[in-house]
Ligand binder design. Structure first.
Ligand code: DP6
Length: 347
């Protein structure tokens, strides 16, 4: 039976994808810049099997629910159409990191699935085609295909919207400390957040500013200029949250705006700004959830890890430390050791 196993890291955006031009094809309104997170990995095996009447999917040893099965099957249909086959597949996927820690696990999931499903079907797609395929499963998944620091060029149609590497993993010894802060169950999914974004009066302003933001972050990253990089990345996170807080979500007419932070989130990000004033080179970014991603260079990692507990007193947060990670890769039975393993620190 044709089978292949692939792995991928989730990624963290420094300039964020928020709002879609085409919701079916996941064409974003704006470009984004990210890094793959070495501290977390999804590993997925796809096996095409003639005896199957429909696709069978397990995630972390649990049979997938219907919405997940439907989404994975739709992605396998894209691969089957490319390969000219109709055989159903068995998909077995494992995350080595807990759910809801603040990583977009759909990114690593659809990146690993795209690589495993195409290889098992006998296809050998290049990074461009693989990134386009992954994007259709989950927008941000296209950024987990290339190595290291990555830019997603928004494009305007299927062929022009893809991600490419800006710089390899060893370009910059940047570290991401994801401080996992528990939240309430999400009131509004990021899918609904994307949909609601254009209702914010600040959305057009964000998009107008975007070419400048992308230039600032790209240049600072390429020059390894941490001070400029940190400020630009923080301002960009505020911009996304300003849009979210002033968006109206169709499904929740009682909600005046979308707010993802918890009290511990606010305490920590205020502390980060004071640490920086006092000479510690550190910055933060936030996604659509309460966890805070701290950014620093390797030389400041010890000081950053030592500082966090004082800012989140009363909670005992877990931290996941990542370096810039490689793009999606094939796992051979003999080289499983290549997959870096997840490690979480209690601060
Ligand atoms: C705030 O992960 O919800 O993390 O990738 O299409 O599944 P898909 O969308 P989703 O969007 C990511 C939102 C974000 C910003 C980012 O990662 O760019």
């Amino acid at each position: 039976m044709p089978t292949a196993t692939a792995a991928a890291h989730p990624n963290l955006a420094f300039v964020k994808y928020w709002g879609r031009r085409d919701a079916d094809l996941n064409i974003p309104e704006n470009g984004s810049i990210s890094v793959n997170l070495s501290g977390a990995t999804t590993t997925t095996t796809v096996t095409y099997d003639e005896v199957l009447g429909q696709d069978a999917v397990t995630l972390n040893d649990v049979v997938a629910n219907t919405p997940t099965l439907t989404r994975v099957s739709a992605h396998l249909d894209r691969v089957r159409a490319l390969a000219g086959i109709t055989t159903r597949a068995r998909v077995v996927s494992h995350n080595d990191f807990p759910a809801d820690v603040g990583f977009a696990s759909s990114a690593s999931a659809f990146a690993a699935l795209s690589l495993a499903a195409t290889r098992a079907a006998g296809l050998d797609l290049d990074l461009y085609d693989l990134s386009i395929l992954a994007r259709k499963g989950s927008g941000s998944a296209c950024r987990s295909i290339p190595d290291g620091f990555v830019e997603w060029l928004p494009g305007w149609d299927d062929a022009s919207s893809y991600a490419r590497s800006l710089a390899p993993c060893n370009h910059w010894d940047l570290r991401v400390v994801t401080v996992v802060l528990p939240g309430r169950p999400k009131l509004i999914s990021s899918l609904a957040g994307h949909r609601a974004a254009p209702t914010s009066p600040f959305y057009r302003a964000r998009l107008k500013e975007m070419p400048h933001t992308l230039d600032l972050v790209r240049q600072a990253l390429l020059a390894r200029d941490f001070a400029s990089f940190g400020l630009a990345v923080e301002r960009e996170a505020w911009s996304l949250h300003a849009v979210a807080m002033t968006s109206h979500s169709e499904g929740a007419p009682w909600l005046s705006g979308i707010f993802y932070m918890e009290p511990a989130t606010v305490r920590l990000i205020r502390a980060v700004q004071l640490w920086r004033r006092d000479g510690l080179p550190v910055a933060f970014t936030l996604d659509a959830g309460p966890s805070v991603h701290l950014l620093c260079e390797g030389s400041s990692l010890g000081a950053v890890l030592a500082a966090v507990p004082s800012a989140v007193a009363g909670t005992a947060p877990q931290a996941i430390v990542s370096r810039p990670g490689r793009g999606a890769w094939l796992v051979n039975e003999n080289d499983g050791a290549e997959a870096p393993s997840f490690s979480s620190t209690t601060l």
